[in-house]
Write a protein that binds this ligand. Structure first.
Ligand code: PMP
Length: 299
């Protein structure tokens, strides 16, 4: 099925305070955000009419902007309300929500001083990121690009500039027939894939890298809480690249990816098993609960 280009769709986009027709949501080409990557965003999923962990995403958006040195002229309450409004305006109960904040076109130079902060929020239907492979396990290649040190980039921010690394890695992985790429960090330790965090089952326990140079995903934290509720041992630690061969099961966690099994990383093979199955089912059930139930489950 041919994909309809994103600028050739109908619907509504929340744009600096009001809903505008989808086709009219165009920033100027001389926007600071486009030239100097002064832009931060979120990826959220709605299930049964509720955006899963909306406040956590909104707070991360505000924090990401702060790490890039700009403040959004809306508070978390207003951004949450706008996110719900845009979901409803597009007639969606299940779908993906994409807020993006960027510096505008008042100035155009490396200095961001004088550029205004803008915020837009779109929502569209987006089924499973990896399709049917989510249960069987996807094939993951090994990225050449590395996650940079927190001294090199604001690695805790979900900022567009960091996605250059992911985008280059994902392109290469797909060109080689893989679904995604495993990225190491600047030290050669295991980091994440291009759009999700990673977990390894080693000797029956769930191991995941400490988020020292990559996004501490909201799904990652939900999966860790779920695992503990199922009496699994969860170990957050630095993971060496040569340990990926020790795992029996490997899984990814991210808003778009949800919980996805991995059956291959480069030369290594895995068989999705009981732990992956439990976490996948647990996550699929959790996201469909009401926000109050989700908060209770993760407390
Ligand atoms: N790492 C990267 C690079 C991502 O893009 C994402 C998706 N936002 C994640 C991890 C997972 O984060 P979350 O679970 O909050 O979606």
């Amino acid at each position: 099925m041919a994909l309809v280009p994103f600028d050739d769709r109908d619907g509504w986009i929340w744009w600096n305070g009001s809903l505008v027709p989808w086709r009219d949501a165009r920033p100027h080409v001389l926007s600071h955000g486009l030239h100097y990557a002064s832009a931060v965003f979120e990826g959220e999923r709605a299930y049964n009419g509720h955006i899963f962990r909306l406040r956590d995403h909104t707070e991360r958006l505000i924090a990401s902007a702060g790490m890039l040195g700009f403040a959004l002229p809306w508070d978390a309450e207003a951004i949450d309300a706008a996110s719900r409004q845009v979901l409803a305006a597009n007639g969606l109960t299940d779908g993906y929500v994409r807020p993006i904040a960027w510096l505008g076109s008042e100035v155009l130079g490396v200095s961001p001083h004088g550029a205004s902060a803008n915020l837009a929020i779109a929502a569209w239907a987006w089924p499973s990121y990896y399709g049917a492979d989510r249960m069987q396990g996807i094939r993951v290649g090994e990225a050449v690009w590395k996650r940079p040190s927190p001294e090199t980039a604001p690695t805790a921010a979900k900022c567009t500039s960091l996605y250059t690394i992911g985008s280059l890695s994902k392109r290469k992985a797909e060109d080689e027939g893989y679904s995604d790429a495993l990225m190491l960090d600047w030290r050669g330790l295991v980091a994440e894939t291009t759009g999700a965090n990673i977990f390894f089952v080693i000797d029956g326990a769930l191991h995941t890298p400490t988020p020292e140079g990559f996004l501490d995903g909201i799904t990652r934290r939900s999966v860790m809480a779920l695992a503990r509720r199922h009496q699994m041992t969860v170990i957050e630690r630095q993971i060496q690249a040569d340990e990926i061969g020790l795992a029996s099961e490997v899984l990814l966690a991210g808003t778009a990816a949800e919980v996805t099994a991995v059956r291959e990383i480069g030369p290594h093979r895995y068989t999705p098993g009981r732990i992956t199955d439990t976490l996948m089912r647990g996550y699929d059930a959790l996201v469909r609960e009401t926000p109050a139930e989700v908060a209770r489950a993760l407390a």
